[in-house]
Design a binder for this molecule. Structure first.
Ligand code: SF4
Length: 253
């Protein structure tokens, strides 16, 4: 695992991005075309996220997030293909036990997709549609939740509730969580691009519905196909992201 920490300044963030991107690249080269690539890349992502967030928040006040609070779980979630495919694997493994208890998780995801399909970020916030993975305030896919969920951490749960009710706009989110999530995810996307893999950012409900309906998508993504293209979020121009990735790789430190 890449041992560097992100630090607070741009220079160490770039160094971290480059080092982590190279680590992802080595894992992808070693496991090209194999399902284990997903496990290796996501392990690297989660380890890097946890290590760096811990280091950066050690001297900061405690967060106000706690188990059972799902106030922010009405926001749109985006995820990369490895994250979507890993959640799909997790749901398939859980499904027989849940179906036996009368819980149809794939059905819940499909219904959520029908309600949120194609909504832009602002419309999605206004819709206040709960994530299909919330059960009694707890995320049932917590172990494999996307980086987007890991990167949202609040210092004030009352502000979260007020924002969810449309009363205020600003929430005191933890900057280190957001910054590290962005670096860890973007470094992964840069490495996927270099490896010839589809590196987009996709709306979770839609991409997951596609993955659950068609199990061959994992093998097809591993073979280089952009299987979730229809669920790609459009706010950030991929060409701009690619230019930024290239500029960072060429930076002389
Ligand atoms: S995946 Fe889990 S943490 Fe993320 S929005 Fe859904 S319920 Fe919340």
């Amino acid at each position: 695992m890449h041992s560097a920490t992100t630090g607070q300044d741009g220079l160490s963030a770039i160094t971290f991005f480059k080092g982590l991107s190279e680590d992802y690249g080595r894992a992808m080269a070693q496991l090209q075309g194999k399902g284990m690539l997903l496990d290796a890349v996501l392990q690297l992502a989660c380890d890097s996220f946890d290590t760096n967030v811990s280091a950066q928040t050690a001297k900061l006040p405690a967060l106000d997030c706690h188990k059972g609070c799902a106030t922010c779980c009405t926001l749109r979630v985006t995820a990369t293909a490895p994250e979507v495919l890993m959640v799909a694997r997790f749901i398939r493994a859980l499904d027989p036990a849940l179906q036996a208890r009368g819980i149809d998780l794939p059905g819940q995801v499909a219904r959520a997709d029908q309600l949120t399909h194609g909504l832009a970020e602002t419309a999605r916030v206004a819709a206040r549609q709960r994530c299909p993975f919330i059960a009694q305030g707890v995320c049932v896919i917590y172990q494999v939740r996307p980086l987007a969920c890991r990167g949202l951490a609040s210092y004030d749960k009352r502000a979260c509730a007020q924002a969810a009710a449309g009363q205020i706009d600003a929430i005191p989110y933890s900057e280190p969580h957001m910054q590290v999530r962005s670096l860890v995810q973007n470094a992964m996307q840069s490495a996927m691009r270099d490896a010839g893999l589809a590196w987009g950012n996709y709306e979770l409900n839609q991409a997951l519905t596609m993955a659950l309906n068609e199990p061959s998508l994992e093998a097809r993504w591993l073979a280089g196909e952009d299987v979730f293209a229809a669920a790609q979020v459009s706010e950030v121009d991929p060409a701009d992201m690619a230019s930024t990735f290239d500029a960072i790789k060429q930076a002389a430190y």
